[in-house]
Ligand binder design. Structure first.
Ligand code: AP5
Ligand code: ZN
Length: 214
């Protein structure tokens, strides 16, 4: 199955995608992760996007579509999970075309619905394992007391440069202006499913499983 996880910053897209990778051998395609990797490796493109990302604005369609195009040619395992892509109507139509070219199709677009107030708390409390990408939260999923990642054992926790109040405000504005129109687009294509992203992580996992198995 090929699915899109759609939702505002902090909705839980990355958290749920990682679980699907572990349990269903699916392949996570996170444009945010790809852009952060490009930034960390100091490529020309990485330098170009770093400031845009830190401000919370969207990177150009051309760049992210290029990143996805490369990955779609690879092995899909149990299917692709698009996490943080598409974010504009241009990206959505490009994805349709790319999938067609590869003889693939989308099975579901799952919206994780979370109130804005909850997003602020989630982003403020988030940290990530620098070695394996495991996502933690100061209150709902604290880092282990021994200071070692529960997934890989490394002691290298990071907070993101765009996880501050000002960038989050811009990220939310970008979401409502440019990404939320995709909800209507995919509803019209009869692909949209909605999940309560405010529920406990395990409850959200069960809701996604019901959609994937249904
Ligand atoms: P990206 O990396 O995609 O970030 P985002 O969309 O802002 O989403 P986040 O990663 O912040 O949140 P998430 O939904 O994955 O939540 P998480 O699971 O971590 O994009 C970053 C930037 O890159 C963009 O601003 C843009 O500049 C650029 N970019 C990327 N893609 C682009 C594109 N296609 N086009 C243009 N530009 C692009 O969870 C958050 C926290 O909540 C964690 O601490 C977690 O532990 C906790 N949590 C999760 N679920 C629950 C739950 N159910 N209950 C309680 N706590 C929970
Ligand atoms: Zn780790």
């Amino acid at each position: 199955m090929n699915i899109i996880l759609l939702g505002p910053p902090g909705a839980g897209k990355g958290t749920q995608a990682r679980h699907l990778v572990e349990t269903r051998n699916m392949v996570q395609l996170s444009t945010g992760d790809m852009l952060r990797e490009a930034k960390d490796s100091g490529t020309e493109m990485g330098k170009k996007v770093a400031e845009v990302m830190a401000r919370g604005e969207l990177v150009t369609d051309e760049i992210v579509i290029g990143l996805i195009r490369e990955k779609l040619q690879g092995d899909a395992g149990g299917g692709f999970i698009f996490d943080g892509f598409p974010r504009t109507l241009t990206q959505a139509t490009a994805l349709n075309d790319l999938m067609k070219e590869e003889g693939k199709s989308l099975d579901a677009v799952i919206e994780l619905r979370v109130r804005d107030e909850a997003l602020v708390a989630r982003i403020a409390g988030r940290s990530t394992c620098g070695a394996c990408g495991e996502v933690y939260h100061d209150e709902t999923k604290p880092q282990p007391a021994d200071g070692k990642c529960s997934n890989c054992g490394a002691s290298d926790f990071k907070r993101r440069a765009d996880d501050n109040e000002e960038s989050l405000r811009t990220r939310l504005m970008e979401y409502y202006k440019k990404t939320s129109p995709l909800l209507g687009y995919y509803y019209a294509h009869d692909l949209l499913k909605r999940v309560d992203g405010l529920a406990d992580i395990k409850v959200v996992q069960a809701s996604l499983a019901a959609i994937l198995d249904g």
